[in-house]
Every structure is written in C-alpha cells, then in structure tokens.
Design a binder for this molecule. Sequence first.
Ligand code: TR5
Length: 141
Amino acid sequence: LANDHSCKNTQFRAMSDEQAKAQTATPEEDTIFDKIVRGDIPCKEVYSDDRVLAFHDVNPTAPVHIIVIPKNRDGLSQLSKAREDQKDLLGHLMYVAQQVGAKECPGGFRVVINDGKDGAQSVYHLHLHVIGGRPMKWPPG
Ligand code: TR5
C-alpha cells in the first residue's frame, strides 16, 4: 500500500514519496520555507513570533502535522549544522513545538527532526515536525 500512489488522494501520504525526495534533496540558497517566511508562498499559520513560525504541513502524515521553523535560517539547514550560539534558538523552537503540540493534540504528540539523507530530510531549512491527533506507532520506520 505504501507504494500505491492513489494514497495521494487520501488525507495521508505514501511515506515512500518523502523518502524518495530525501535521497536527492540538498541544501539550497533559498528554501521553500524561506519563501513561506517572506510570504511569497502562503501557509496555514498556527503560530508566529519574531524568531519562529509554525504552520500546517501541506502533506500531513496524521490528523495534526505542524512544521515549526526558525524565520532566519542563518546556516541552520539541518540540526547537525547547529552552532553553539544557536542553542537558545533551538530551545525556543522546542518550546514552541511543545506549545503547539499541547494545544492541538491534548492526548499527546510526537516531535520529529529529520537530519540528512539517512534521516529522510527533504527540505534543508531546520524544522520540527509536530505530529499527532492519532496514536503513534513505535519504532518509526
Ligand atoms: O522530510 P523533511 O523532514 O525535510 O520534511 C519536510 C516537510 O515539509 C514534509 O513533511 C513536507 O510535506 C513539508 N512541506 C513541503 C512543502 C510544504 C510543506 N509544508 C507546508 N507547505 C509547503 N509548501 C508550500 N511547499 C512544499 N514543497
């Protein structure tokens, strides 16, 4: 079923699509999330402050799937590139994920950061996935 592209017509995506993208994705000068921050591409915003933006994932894996990003990427293409001077921002991103998750998923939620090719990262602008609204499975694939 995971390779059945008719899944695209449902609320949930085929995981294989995202994994395939992750095999070829590379860091870019201007990411899709930079465009969302600038307002060049619309998003369904759920939270915004001076440093962080949260919005609904366009291709949700669960009833709630929210992306939390730093507005200023500043080299933070992925978690493994984080610098020591970005520790406060990383904490703030985690705090916003908690705020959004607790509000949208009172029964519990999962926070995920995909890093690099083997981590199935497809957009090279650090982001936290807040996923919930249904019981999560473990271990992840
Ligand atoms: O695979 P990683 O961890 O890099 O996650 C990237 C996420 O960005 C995926 O869950 C995508 O569904 C999501 N995504 C990709 C686009 C997009 C988006 N979420 C909201 N809005 C989006 N736009 C407008 N365009 C995208 N290409």
